[in-house]
Every structure is written in structure tokens, then in C-alpha cells.
Design a protein around this ligand. Sequence first.
Ligand code: SF4
Ligand code: SF4
Length: 109
Amino acid sequence: MSRYDCVQCGACCCNLPANRAEGFIDYVEVDARAPLLRRPELVRRLVVYNEDGAAHLRLHPDGRCLALRGRVGQRVRCTIYSDRPQACRKVEAGSALCRRYRSAHGLRA
Ligand code: SF4
Ligand code: SF4
């Protein structure tokens, strides 16, 4: 098993308090080609538009993506995995960004 197992993590599916404190509240942008945007029921539930009209994933007040199920750092599942936006596909397990998110959640980096 990989040292960085996303199914036992989910850290990068949550906007960090430090980001939010700096005003970065939009977090994951939903690109125009995201399969998610072709599913109205998912758009209603999981997408928000900022004041510039850009689509982003809707977050729980604690910063966690609403599409994430399970407990971060134990067992998680993305409920829209095949429909998720491009931005979600960009964080590579083991990358510097991945390790930063893991570390912020108290997970081994
Ligand atoms: S922080 Fe890294 S290990 Fe955790 S879910 Fe994201 S890419 Fe996977
Ligand atoms: S859509 Fe899925 S992969 Fe993307 S942030 Fe939400 S839970 Fe994570």
C-alpha cells in the first residue's frame, strides 16, 4: 500500500483554516468542462458561484468539501469521483502540496 493512500486521507478535500483566515474561501474551482456541471441535481447541492460568477465546490462551514464522506485521516470517499472537477485531479499523492495538507491535519507528511 502507498504511504500516501488517499482513501485513508481526504486532507486536500478540505480548505485549511490558514487559507480561510487569509480570505481564500472559494477553494476548488469547478472548471467549465467538469462532468459535475452536466448534472443539475449535483450542481444544486454541491456548487456555489462567487461574486465573479465563477463556480466552486460548496464547502461545509468547517472547510470540508460537501462531496466528501467519511472521516478525514481514517477512511473517506469522494461521492462524485468520476464527475469531480479538474482541480481535484491535480494534487498528487506525496507531492509537496499533499504533504502540506496532510501535515495541517496532523497526518504523517
Ligand atoms: S492530501 Fe495527499 S494523500 Fe491526502 S487525499 Fe490529498 S493527495 Fe491523497
Ligand atoms: S469533489 Fe471529491 S475530490 Fe474534489 S474536493 Fe470534493 S471530495 Fe475531494
